[in-house]
Design a protein around this ligand. Structure first.
Ligand SMILES: Nc1ncnc2c1ncn2[C@@H]1O[C@H](COP(=O)(O)OP(=O)(O)O)[C@@H](O)[C@H]1O
Ligand SMILES: [Mg+2]
Length: 255
């Protein structure tokens, strides 16, 4: 049985792509067969983030001809990836029928198909939301992101979709909205708080996921804990409260 999960939020820049790629790889580390699908056809970034920016084949081809096997790329971790191409032919609107056919092809092919969605409340996003079984609402801990995410929550509720929980990213400190404030506003539990982590930018610079390059970095640990929640396994790694210098040394030692 394939689980179809999507990372969604109406606001851009809140960590949907970062969550999709790191959670996807973490789930793979938990021995699940995973395909990360870049469902953001307008501004795709999964391929760029994982070192395959200029793919010849990608989601566009799968949507056109329905053949999924030929367009799967493999990340070093073994996680499968369906990137979206960067060329302009992908500007064509994606239809619900095309996406439905893609979902039918993916069914049974993998344990988990994890979709990285674009921001906004476009037709494309609502199609993906309709087709997946479970939603992860991604937000940063500030009022504008949370209120935008609330819009996505309302859309999901209208569709009768199962919201797995809220993933709060870029958690920094005192000025952040608290976990309980976010839970009260959204009406769903915060199942993961990913700390602000400079190693995410370092990983991005190296076109790879933090969890692959810096497995001991705090955000990597948090993403593994999130994966455990998603697969409902009893696992908890403590995120160290070390200072920046200690973290740099540790992360480099663990490479
Ligand atoms: N935990 C984090 N710590 C530091 N930077 C982060 C973190 N999560 C995401 N970012 C950065 O925030 C920016 C937006 O993240 P991204 O995943 O692309 O958001 P979205 O897909 O929602 O637009 C990226 O530059 C990314 O590197
Ligand atoms: Mg994105």
């Amino acid at each position: 049985m394939t689980r179809f999960i999507a990372c969604v939020s109406a606001k851009g820049g809140v960590g949907k792509t970062t969550t999709a790629i790191n959670l996807g790889i973490a789930l793979n580390q938990f021995k699940r067969d995973v395909i990360i699908v870049d469902a953001n056809t307008t501004t795709p970034s999964v391929g760029v983030s994982l070192g395959t920016p200029l793919v010849e084949t990608g989601l566009y081809d799968a949507l056109k001809n329905g053949a999924v096997e030929d367009i799967i790329h493999y990340h070093d971790s073994g996680t499968k990836v369906i990137p979206s191409q960067l060329d302009l032919k992908t500007r064509e609107a994606v239809s619900f029928a095309q996406l439905k056919r893609l979902f039918t092809s993916l069914k049974g092919m993998t344990d988990i198909a994890l979709f990285d969605c674009s921001a906004g409340v476009s037709k494309e996003v609502s199609f993906i939301m309709k087709l997946v079984d479970e939603l992860l609402i991604v937000t940063t801990p500030d009022p504008t992101s949370v209120t935008a995410a609330l819009k996505t929550v309302r859309m999901a509720e209208e569709m009768g979709k199962d919201i797995v929980g809220i993933v709060v990213t870029r958690k920094k400190g005192k000025l952040d909205l608290s976990k309980s404030e976010i839970e009260e506003t959204m009406g769903y539990p915060v199942i993961s708080s990913i700390p602000e982590d400079d190693f995410i930018r370092r990983a991005q610079h190296n076109q790879n996921a933090i969890i692959s390059l810096y497995p001991r970095a705090p955000a990597s640990i948090a993403y593994r804990n999130l994966a455990a929640v998603v697969v409902e396994e009893p696992y908890h790694e403590r995120v160290p409260k070390d200072g920046m210098l200690k973290r740099v040394v540790k992360a480099i030692q663990n490479r």
